[in-house]
Each structure stands twice: as C-alpha cells, then as structure tokens.
Design a protein around this ligand. Sequence first.
Ligand code: SF4
Length: 176
Amino acid sequence: MNNCAKIGSTLVVGGGIGGMQAALDLAASGIKVYLVDNKPAIGGVMSQLDKTFPTNDCAMCTMSPRLVDVGRHKDIEIITLAEIKRLEGVPGNFNVTLSKKARYVDEKKCTGCGSCIEKCPRKLPNPYNAGLDTRRAISILYPQAIPNKPSIDKDECLYFKHGNANSVKKPARRRP
Ligand code: SF4
C-alpha cells in the first residue's frame, strides 16, 4: 500500500491519545493526516484504562471526544490494521509503504449492528481485557471503538479453519 501524498500531508503512527491529539492539531492547521494503527481500531492503551494517574480522571471521558473528532474529521484518514513496511525520502518529503492486514469485513457496507458478533459461536479469552472476559472470533475491539466495525480473527475463525462455522464442539449432554 502506498497512498500517502508526498507534499501537504503527514503520517501519524499510533492512534493512542497522543496520536489522536497530534492528528487533530495537524488537521486543524489544514494538513491532511493519515493516522495509522496496527489494531482494528484507534484508542491505544488509554482505551483500556478506567482512571488515569494522578488526577483519577475517567480515561474514556478524556478520550471519547477525541475519538469522535478524529473519526469525523474530513482531513484525517484512519488506516487500521496497518504497519510501516518501508520509509524512504528526506524530512519534508517521505514516501511510506504500509502493509495492511485484512479485516474480513467490508467497512463501507458494515453498519456496526453487531449481529455477526452475537451469532458467532467461537468464544475466546479477550486479550483486550487481559483475559478477564471473552470475545468472539469476530469482534469489535471495545464498545466506543473508531472505526466501530468488527474484524475477524482469522486464526480462530472456525470458517477459516474448517470451512464450517458450526464445527464448534458443544458440551456433552447430561443424561437425566
Ligand atoms: S456488524 Fe456484522 S452483521 Fe452488522 S453490518 Fe457489520 S458485518 Fe454485518
């Protein structure tokens, strides 16, 4: 993937709170921003926190307005599931090549209704919440995620593994 304009645009790597604020500040200066994150959604580590030190502020209350502003800004293009593969050029004129993983969900067609997540039979420990709850093989990173679209974990999806989403093992029935 190589779609960053050479002049008049910037690349912000990492969509955590710092990356989001940098993207908003740059976009407010009239500069086109490509905000790249390797996760299916921006938000970074702060999205996983409840409170922040030392003020004990609610992390999501600090983040949510920025998430919304970044998601809606016409001059910020969010590129998820992507990593830098090659960086060439000189300050002021870089050429960046990204490698992007598939989401396996068409972001343009998906409305984020969540029906696919409800139907998915494959439950897994959720690393986003340190394994304290479960997620499905198709999931949205967290409820307020931007973009609020699911992605499929190809390594855990039963359809990808066996060609059949009903091949999940059901618990044996107890005889009365
Ligand atoms: S959330 Fe799932 S079911 Fe709903 S539109 Fe998106 S892909 Fe389809």
